[in-house]
Design a protein around this ligand. Structure first.
Ligand SMILES: [Zn+2]
Length: 93
């Protein structure tokens, strides 16, 4: 899947972490324009991890310094909003 974010195209890859050198749920590479997520996790976790990695990329593109704890908190809140209000844009036009 390729997503558009802040005039960038980001390729989202779901992979078995056995292919990775690291032991994370996901990671982002702004230079390469990729987000890689462990596809062995539950769907909710994959989805929230994507939001987490998007926040890393948004912060990086805007030179915003965030701690991992900040990224986690923002990701949990934004994911909760998207998950529980999937049609929110239909109500605000
Ligand atoms: Zn992170």
């Amino acid at each position: 899947m390729t997503i558009k974010l802040l005039d960038h195209e980001i390729k989202v890859k779901l992979e078995d972490p056995g292919n990775w050198d690291r032991n994370n749920m996901g990671h982002s590479d702004i230079g390469a324009g990729t987000i890689t997520i462990d596809n062995t996790m539950p769907t909710d976790t994959i989805q929230s991890t994507l939001i987490h990695e998007l926040i890393h990329i948004i912060a990086g593109l805007n030179s915003i310094s965030l701690t991992e704890q900040s990224v986690d908190g923002l990701a949990i809140g934004i994911y909760s909003f998207i998950k529980n209000n999937p049609d929110w844009m239909e109500h605000i036009k």
